[in-house]
Design a protein around this ligand. Structure first.
Ligand code: SAM
Length: 594
């Protein structure tokens, strides 16, 4: 159902629901009220808090034996009576259930009742059920929930993590959550319903939650302040936190204060309107961010452009990244300005690995801007991309461009280049074999010629992301944990700042080469590095993120390093695992696992 205010930002719309806590509601009345007030969904207890007593009165007469007798009967698998159920179609497990209780009977009874409530919710086709927060003694609770996952298919179970989580003892709550989900074997259907509290901890502590599967964010009405006119508003700090959370697209839940009090103005609908207002006033997504939305936290296998011939659609994704090509154009322009030749001589630019030709086009534009006469070669080994190059030459470039179908490592060039332009970087810098290809191509670069890029440096940082970890774990084999992936990170938190590990420079004049200029081996490209990370907060290290910074020419840099990232560039990072980590990029970044 739509809210009264239309969305103005192009940020995806969020869902805001209403919870009236564990009070005994009439579900159909609450549903009608929630709809009327502009809420998208509601959260209700599954059963009346008093239903147990109600049933139990029916079972036995003698007060003395009621409790025992009732539970004995109940454990045999009594069905709910329809009058017991608040939720005939949606829900929240009763908060009086205590699976951590030191009392054996209470634990057993709680398990029976919780299982029955969740089974009911699964039966009626509801996909999520909130369960109460765990205490420190959470073993039995976690065991029981993990067991329920095995028997009730499809249901998602957000664990409510409330109050203290975000207070100064936040670490305790995160560790409790971490223990709980570990005992549930990181089940993909276990998530978090994060209840936001008055006192937010420092950002570095809060940031850890962004690596966790937050499915819902609970905002109690008493979290809101009153503005001058008595309307509910959030403090600046809370607004900033909520705006960060909006990017992860959780469902927001307005939870009515236990005492039923509201703010002086606006009534209950004012809370959802306010949350939608925060969503509407999110910073506008750039076209690149809009495009990237579908790729966030999506594990991609890294490209192998030397071994494989890329698809046209892959080139199309590269070509959307106008920031990257603008930086290349600028670098070529500056290199051309720095190049002096005789009045009749043309400057030779060779674009090696030309793909469908965007760098060829940018080279021609740069030459026009620099008012230099150029001769451009486009070298490409992909026969399919080469057809596109032929079309471009026939229809657009004409004689200004010579196209060559060859592997750059083995091409015998008719003349030497002033400027060698390539775009062969993987999201971890050298991981798509840029050094190996350029080592073979540098023989046709003049001794004072310029390589664009001039160098590239790789960085790594330790990353926590249970979402990416779960996706890799879902393959249930070691091979996927040992594969580096390319991911646009979102549900991830960096445990420490990236550290530099190695650099490659081009042309490499120290390379051992034969008389034709070809490398005699690849030992010069071996790199080894050892770095130390200082991690301040406890957290799970799921993988290693890889980034690169590349100097295209002089001070013109292309970067996917988080601190120096080229503005609006589409490239993701790289991650890797081992047996539990990742790699992040959509073209240019990586993730490796631990
Ligand atoms: C990342 S793509 C970049 C393509 C293009 N420059 C662009 O920006 O869209 C790398 C290109 O280099 C080509 N390539 C890789 N290794 C090569 C080699 N040894 N010789 C010639 N082309 C190569 C691939 O086929 C691919 O078209």
């Amino acid at each position: 159902m739509e809210t009264s205010n239309p969305n103005t930002s192009n940020f995806p719309r969020i869902m805001v629901g209403l919870s009236r806590g564990q009070e005994e509601p009439d579900a159909s009345l609450v549903a009608a009220e929630a709809r009327e007030l502009g809420y998208d969904f509601m959260i209700l207890p599954i059963t009346f808090p008093s239903y147990r007593r109600f049933l139990f009165e029916q079972l036995v007469d003698s007060v003395d034996i009621k409790e025992t007798k009732f539970m004995e009967e109940w454990r045999k698998g009594q069905p709910f009576c329809r009058e017991d159920l608040v939720v005939k179609n949606a829900g929240q497990v009763s908060n009086w259930i205590n699976l951590d209780s030191p009392d054996h009977n209470i634990r057993i009874n709680s398990e029976v009742i919780m299982r029955q409530q969740i089974t009911w919710i699964g039966h009626v086709g509801i996909t999520a059920v909130l369960i109460p927060p765990p205490s420190d003694f959470l073993m039995n609770y976690a065991r029981c929930v993990n067991n329920i996952f095995g028997t009730v298919p499809y249901i998602n179970i957000p664990l409510v993590l409330e109050d203290e989580i975000l207070e100064s003892n936040e670490t305790v709550t995160w560790e409790r959550w971490n223990k709980f989900r570990t005992l549930c074997e990181n089940h993909v259907r276990l998530s978090i319903a994060l209840e936001v509290t008055q006192n937010l901890p420092e950002d570095n502590i809060l940031d850890r939650w962004f690596a966790e599967p937050i499915r819902a964010v609970i905002l109690p009405t008493n979290l809101f302040l009153s503005n001058a006119k008595g309307w509910p508003v959030l403090s600046k700090r809370h607004q900033a936190f909520i705006r960060k959370l909006i990017k992860y697209k959780p469902n927001f839940v307005i939870e009515c204060a236990a005492d039923g009090s509201n703010h002086a103005s606006g009534g209950l609908s004012a809370y959802q309107e306010y949350v939608h207002y925060l969503n509407r006033t999110m910073p506008e997504l750039t076209p690149v961010e809009q495009f990237a939305l579908g790729y966030n936290d999506f594990l991609q296998s890294p490209l192998q452009p030397l071994m494989d011939n890329l698809e046209s659609s892959t080139y199309e994704v590269f070509e959307k990244d106008s920031t990257k090509y603008t930086l290349y154009e600028k670098a070529i322009h500056h290199a051309l300005l720095d190049r002096t030749t005789g009045s009749e001589e043309m400057i030779v630019i060779m674009v090696v690995g030309a793909g469908r030709g965007p760098l060829v086009t940018r080279s021609l534009i740069a030459a026009e801007k620099a008012q230099k006469r150029v001769k451009v070669y486009a070298i490409e080994k992909n026969p399919n991309a080469f057809v596109i190059l032929q079309n471009k030459k026939a229809e657009v470039w004409g004689n200004k461009v010579t196209i060559v179908f060859s592997d750059m490592r083995f091409w015998k060039a008719p003349e030497k280049a002033d400027i060698l332009v390539s775009e062969l970087l993987g999201s971890f810098g050298d991981n798509e074999l840029s050094p190996e290809c350029l080592d073979g191509a540098q023989k046709f670069l003049k001794s004072d010629g310029i390589s664009i890029p001039t160098s590239y440096t790789a960085f790594i940082s330790p990353i926590s992301s249970s979402k990416l970890h779960n996706e890799v774990a879902a393959y249930k084999d070691l091979a996927h944990f040992e594969t580096p992936y390319v991911v646009m990170f979102q549900a991830a938190s960096e445990l420490a700042k990236p550290c530099q590990i190695w650099t490659f420079e081009h042309p490499n004049r120290n390379m051992a080469a034969d008389e034709d200029g070809n490398p005699i081996n690849n030992y010069h490209n071996t790199r080894y590095s050892k770095v130390t990370f200082n991690i301040r907060e406890s957290g799970i290290l799921h993988g290693i993120a890889g980034y690169f910074e590349s100097i295209l020419y002089k001070d013109i840099m292309l970067s996917i390093h988080p601190d120096t990232h080229s503005i609006d560039m589409l490239s993701p990072e790289t991650i890797s695992f081992s047996p539990s980590a990742i790699h992040n990029s959509l073209g240019r970044s990586s993730w490796i696992g631990l």
